[in-house]
Design a binder for this molecule. Structure first.
Ligand code: DP6
Length: 321
């Protein structure tokens, strides 16, 4: 039986998306800038379901009955394939799932990549992006490697700002906990949009942060990128905190990582952090300092694990028959 397998990497936002413009279309209310990382990945295999008349999704070997993220891209893509096949979709992550590590971005983009190859679609870039967007607002960014801009003023088009060889920074993903988050990004951002008194300010600041980050990346200026990325991250977490009910993803381990980052910076190392909807701290750093940063975090905090990555590339097909 024919099956196709694709691999895609997660991406971490340096200027973040938190809040939707339209829930049905799953469109973000703002632009975002991210880095795609290399050593973490989702591997997704698809083939026809010959045993029953339904789509079946398995994540890390366990059947997932909530198809709400995968069905919208699947329905969108079936307009191009003209297929009414029922599919089995098997997705594996080599990192903790639903723990604030962008598993939906890599999962959805690997699925879209596998589907396109399975049905030999040769999609336009904008249709590939649209299919990803319907699954997860951060997923189109995983279609591109390196530093990526997703522009909400230009129909959510994604463009590469720099690729890995242009500025080969390292990313250390400090896992504070492997537990699944209690409030999903989707629920959390909806609560924030409806209740945070600073949500409007958050929308307003986006344009400024995007421009500052774009310039910093083009200039390969890590200090300027640190300033804007950390300010943007702090503001998103403030939006979460001021929501009703208040949302907090950080733990004591998260805070101990932040304290060590400050110490390392005082010792002259070039690094900055970002934190998404989970307790994990992602450190972006000059490769010259990677080893000492990693050792310091492992020795001096209670992190469960530190994953080392460089900047990653776009999704690719790894098996087709
Ligand atoms: C904090 O893309 O997971 O990671 O569109 O509902 O699937 P959905 O949300 P998702 O939210 C990402 C939130 C974030 C910031 C970011 O990646 O831009």
């Amino acid at each position: 039986m024919k099956e196709t397998t694709a691999i895609a990497h997660p991406n971490f936002a340096l200027v973040k998306y938190w809040g939707k413009k339209n829930n049905n279309k799953n469109t973000p209310a703002m632009s975002s800038i991210s880095v795609t990382v290399d050593s973490m990945h989702s591997t997704t295999k698809i083939f026809k379901n010959s045993k029953s008349n339904c789509h079946r999704l398995f994540i890390n070997g366990v059947e997932e009955f909530d198809l709400s993220k995968i069905l919208p891209p699947l329905l969108y893509l079936s307009k191009f394939s003209k297929s009414d096949d029922y599919l089995v979709i098997e997705s594996q992550n080599n990192f903790p799932t639903s723990a604030g590590l962008a598993s939906s971005a890599s999962g959805i983009s690997s699925f879209v990549t596998a589907y396109e190859a399975y049905y030999d679609l040769n999609l336009k870039v904008s249709d590939r992006e649209q299919a990803c967007l319907l699954g997860s607002g951060s997923a189109p960014r995983s279609l591109i490697g390196g530093f990526v801009l997703m522009d909400h003023n230009n129909n959510y088009r994604c463009t590469q700002i720099l690729q890995k060889p242009d500025w080969p920074l390292d990313v250390l993903i400090c896992i504070a906990s492997k537990d699944q988050k209690k409030v999903s990004s989707r629920e959390g951002m909806e609560i924030s949009k409806k209740t945070s008194p600073i949500y409007h300010d958050w929308l307003e600041i986006n344009h400024k942060h995007i421009n500052l980050a774009l310039n910093a990346i083009k200039d390969k200026d890590i200090v300027s990128l640190k300033n804007v990325a950390e300010e943007n991250c702090k503001m998103m977490h403030e939006v979460m905190k001021t929501s009703i009910p208040s949302i907090s993803y950080m733990t004591d381990v998260t805070h101990s990582c932040l304290a060590e980052i400050k110490n390392l910076r005082s010792s002259g190392h070039k690094l900055f952090y970002t934190i998404d909807a989970g307790p994990q701290v992602k450190i972006i750093c000059d490769p010259k300092s990677t080893e000492i940063i990693k050792k310091t975090i492992i020795d001096r905090t209670e992190v469960v694990e530190v994953i080392q990555a460089g900047l990653g590339g776009p999704p690719r097909i790894i098996d087709e028959n």
